[in-house]
Design a protein around this ligand. Structure first.
Ligand code: CP3
Length: 345
């Protein structure tokens, strides 16, 4: 039994004395102890692939920020890596794949059969160690990238403002696009299933590049695959965070997941009117708010909390916390939520 299960109760729509709060990308760069550990290592991948270290970094924000959920320290790019397309995390630049998938012939760069249990054993080991370290204090969230976002990196090979190579493929070779998206989906389902078997209490899909597709394309190349994944976990606490996909929210109301993540462009009341009471909403303050002074952070956080009209909310930022944010400011945000009693106890 978890000592603090507010996050899970919010997923289920149960009564709660206060709203749960955590930060996307909380495990990492905003904490000085993370930066110290990181500076001693060869790189990001060493941290991700060493279970003891990944578990340690997962627990750092739990101790320091006192959040209501932990998120496993890892990266969405371990999935293409396991499929045979390895990445490097280049300092100050981001991910880089030396090989990309842009034609049928490129599919041969991928492994035909992916032994997920074996290839990603370091993740499952990190989950087990993290669960031991958490000692039932709060739930642990496992995660993966949504197929569309993983596809973007596998086609483009690196970050991009437009991901126009990835989008180009949707117009020039939709058959290949569907083949690749299907393969990513199958590996992701197995990956998330093994995360659950290893002990995670909830799951989240990050679709960071959802917003670059129009509603119709997102339905076909994004949500169709997300629906397949979510269906495999029906009844399990599951958040779908499709950043920038305000125009698709009405379609997402039909996904069999328990929660939807909102970015700061999605007005909470409008989102609620579109998805009704069938889902918990997570979010959605502007990550840049944490650059403001403490009084402003507190005021804006209370404004968000006052706008909630049901217990089905998990408080978070509308995207990952930025690395140069002062963690004391993050703490003001978290404490404001923790001191706010709901009407739904
Ligand atoms: O939320 C957490 O704290 C758990 C850990 C986590 C990381 N990446 C660690 C990380 C999670 C959930 C992610 C998800 C992720 N990774 C996404 C989806 C969420 C989002 O932000 O949109 C994406 C698109 C990636 C891919 C990725 N990883 C990029 C583009 C980069 C480089 C840019 C950046 O954000 O730093 C990374 C690197 C990365 N992943 C770091 C961390 C802590 C920084 C690496 C470092 O320590 O140098």
């Amino acid at each position: 039994m978890l000592k603090n299960d507010l996050y899970l109760r919010a997923h289920r729509g149960e009564s709660i004395p206060r709203y749960p709060v955590w930060l996307m990308r909380q495990a990492g760069r905003i904490l000085p102890e993370y930066r110290i550990l990181r500076s001693k290592l060869s790189g990001f991948k060493e941290l991700v692939e060493t279970p003891g270290l990944a578990a340690e970094v997962t627990l750092q924000p739990v101790d320091r920020l006192d959040v209501d959920a932990a998120i496993l320290f890892s990266d969405i790019l371990v999935v293409p890596d396991a499929m045979g397309l390895t990445y490097d995390m280049v300092e100050h630049r981001g991910p880089y794949f030396s090989e990309t998938i842009r034609s049928e012939a490129d599919l041969f760069k991928l492994d035909g059969e992916v032994d997920v249990k074996e290839r990603l054993s370091y993740v499952f080991e990190a989950i087990k160690l993290t669960k031991e370290g958490l000692n039932n204090r709060i739930p642990l969230i496992g995660f993966a990238g949504a197929p569309w976002t993983i596809f973007c990196y596998m086609v483009e090979g690196k970050g991009s403002k437009t991901f126009s190579e990835a989008k180009k493929l949707l117009y020039t070779n939709p058959v290949l696009a569907h083949e690749l998206l299907g393969r990513i989906t199958d590996v992701t389902i197995e990956y998330m299933r093994e995360q659950v078997n290893s002990g995670v209490d909830a799951l989240q899909l990050f679709d960071s590049w959802a917003g670059i597709l129009g509603r119709e394309q997102y339905a076909v190349f994004g949500l169709g695959y997300i629906a397949k994944i979510v269906k495999a976990f029906e009844g399990f606490p599951f958040t779908v965070f499709s950043k920038g996909a305000l125009g698709s929210l009405i379609d997402m109301a039909n996904l069999p997941c328990t929660a939807l993540g909102l970015d700061w462009n999605m007005e909470v009341e409008l989102a609620r009117s579109l998805v009704k009471e069938t889902k918990t909403l997570q979010g959605n303050l502007d990550p840049c708010l944490l650059y403001a002074n403490k009084k402003t952070i507190e005021g804006e956080t209370k404004k968000l909390l006052n706008s909630f009209k049901s217990p089905r909310h998990i408080v978070n930022l509308g995207h990952g916390v930025y690395p140069d944010v002062d963690f004391e400011h993050a703490k003001v945000f978290i404490n404001t939520v923790k001191n706010y009693e709901t009407k739904y106890a």
